[in-house]
Design a protein around this ligand. Structure first.
Ligand SMILES: [Zn+2]
Length: 267
């Protein structure tokens, strides 16, 4: 048995040791092993946002079954391999590995509830990274003071999403009252402009706008960063940018007058 497949069998409780199978390593030598594992998961419900990968997984299983049933010769096997490899390359072996791992572990959507928010992982981010991100963001939310902490109540949900669900690094989803964050986007580390915590606070600004009248901030005197000048799907960005900037006034001396006025108005 390939050493890699043992990881999955281990997670499924069928094998005692723990090492990892990857779609990147598929070859005619392990067709049977892949088939056996895929048969165990093909009828399971797709984890949220992964139905396309689920279809690919089923397709691979179908091709493997056909290959086996036809008592295939070398040419046929090579054809099978090429078809499978093409699908894997198209979808990305990481995505398929992650799907298989989720299906075998029975976890279709991970969520962590902290004192300030519920974090949900609908992305392909690994569990370990998800937990690290949650720790980082929760530690940040704890530090918020008025007016910024006023956006934390009423079951705040922060959802890590795949790129298909959000074109931008983050967005506030009004209809669901959820903040979407893209973990695959390379953003600034720490708490600098564009960091995860900055972006989160910006989106919390949009959440604040939902329950407050912030119309007056649409006038040009509230323009700050280049991004604040954009018209986005969220509408006017003046308020959300100032909401985030004003948590770190000392970092943004360039906008100090506006930040000061902003904090006098928004309490
Ligand atoms: Zn925005």
């Amino acid at each position: 048995m390939s050493t890699h497949i043992q990881k999955y069998l281990f997670e499924a409780g069928l094998f005692e040791s723990d090492s990892r199978l990857s779609f990147a390593d598929i070859s005619p030598d392990n067709f049977d092993e892949f088939q056996a594992v895929l048969e165990k998961v093909a009828n399971k419900k797709s984890p949220s946002g992964m139905s396309k990968e689920m279809d690919t997984l089923k397709y691979i299983l179908k091709v493997l079954k056909t290959n086996k049933e036809y008592d295939a010769d070398d040419d046929f096997i090579l054809g099978t391999y090429k078809r499978i490899k093409q699908e894997i390359d198209h979808k990305g072996s990481d995505q398929l590995d992650n799907l298989l791992s989720k299906l075998l572990s029975g976890k279709t959507s991970d969520s962590i509830k902290t004192s300030h928010a519920t974090f949900i992982n609908s992305s392909i981010m690994a569990d370990k990274v998800f937990k690290e991100r949650v720790n980082e963001l929760e530690s940040f939310l704890k530090t918020l003071k008025s007016p910024h902490n006023k956006t934390l109540g009423n079951n705040l949900v922060v959802r890590f999403v795949r790129k298909e669900e959000s074109k931008s690094s983050a967005k506030y989803k009004r209809d669901k009252d959820e903040i979407y964050l893209r973990p695959d986007r390379k953003i600034t580390d720490g708490d600098g402009y564009g960091s995860f915590v900055y972006v989160l606070l910006h989106e919390l600004g949009h959440r604040y706008e939902e329950s407050h009248n912030t119309k007056e901030f649409e006038s040009v005197e509230w323009i700050t960063t280049p991004y604040s000048m954009k018209d986005t799907l969220s509408g006017n960005e003046h308020f959300a940018e100032l909401f985030a900037l004003s948590h770190w006034p000392e970092k943004y001396p360039k906008y100090q007058d506006q930040i000061k006025k902003f904090l006098e108005k928004v309490k």
